[in-house]
Design a protein around this ligand. Structure first.
Ligand code: GLU
Length: 273
């Protein structure tokens, strides 16, 4: 079977040196494996994603010398797929609405997830269905969460393949993760799992910042009977202060480097390739 790789940026800002490193690493591994290379636009968040950022993604990646198959999958065009997956998980008794605000979750002091965010304390896990429905009907904001203990009891222990190693997945470290919200029938975790399966992805290459989230992804894959790709999480490109680059930090954006006369080869050198 021919391997299938994908690069999956979000059009919520201009691509920077970290994305260049990720895309080039991904593409080189794909080429070495004789694979197909796909691009996916992760635009589930209409408040942050903009068409001009999507257009810039195509320009910047082409400038770097990347080529990808078309049509490109855009997540915003597949909301029905995510809603169907959510309904399946719901029918398995694994989903419930939670109404706590961020501040209330932080104040609960239930520890932190691998990203450093406060873990949801499980407050609304057993809210009577009638009460949850009434609160939803009243227009209250809510997040749909995965009942982590039940989900793990359903699948049993899980592992994923990271290069040539087998990694024990620890999805419980995330608590009851958000898998959808009031306005959107998906979260990043659910959409990425559905899309990787829909696109037949065999190899995921992405940043180390998503290493621990992989535990949630393999859990969702197993719950829904989807195949698991092999993973490679690469080093992150840091700024002069040792922090992860961010899209709001304009001077490492590929378009500003290009405007300053840098070439794709300069960009490769800047990220150590
Ligand atoms: N859309 C994610 C990002 O831009 C990447 C998701 C993934 O590669 O799994 O960080």
């Amino acid at each position: 079977m021919q391997p299938v790789f994908r690069f999956a940026p979000s059009p919520n800002g201009y691509l920077h040196l970290g994305h260049a490193f990720s895309a080039l690493t991904d593409c080189e591994r794909c080429r070495a494996a004789g694979g197909r290379f796909l691009l996916r636009i992760e635009d589930i968040d209409p408040a942050r994603c903009r068409p001009e950022y999507e257009a810039a993604i195509y320009d910047d990646l082409a400038w770097l010398g990347l080529a990808w198959e078309t049509p490109v999958r855009r997540q915003s065009e597949h909301m029905a797929d995510y809603a169907a997956a959510l309904a399946r998980l719901s029918a398995m008794g694994l989903v419930y609405p939670s109404f706590l605000s961020r501040a209330e979750i932080a104040a609960a002091g239930s520890g932190r997830d691998p990203d450093g965010a406060p873990i949801y304390p499980g407050t609304d896990r057993d809210l009577p269905a009638a009460e949850a429905e009434a609160r939803i009907a009243s227009g209250a904001p809510y997040a749909l969460r995965l009942r982590m203990d039940r989900a793990i009891a359903t699948t049993g222990p899980l592992t994923w393949r990271e290069d040539n190693a087998t990694i024990a997945a620890d999805p419980a470290a995330w608590g009851d993760v958000v898998i959808a919200r009031k306005e959107t029938p998906t979260s990043y975790h659910l959409a990425v799992v559905i899309d990787d399966a829909a696109q037949g992805i065999t190899n995921v290459v992405r940043g180390r910042d998503l290493y621990y989230a992989t535990a949630v992804h393999v859990l969702l894959q197993r719950l829904m009977g989807l195949p698991s790709p092999a993973y490679h999480h690469h080093r992150l490109i840091l700024d002069a202060d040792g922090r992860k680059l961010s899209k709001s930090d304009g001077d490492t954006s590929l378009r500003s480097l290009r405007a300053a006369g840098k070439t794709p080869d300069d960009t490769r050198r800047m990220v150590g390739l």
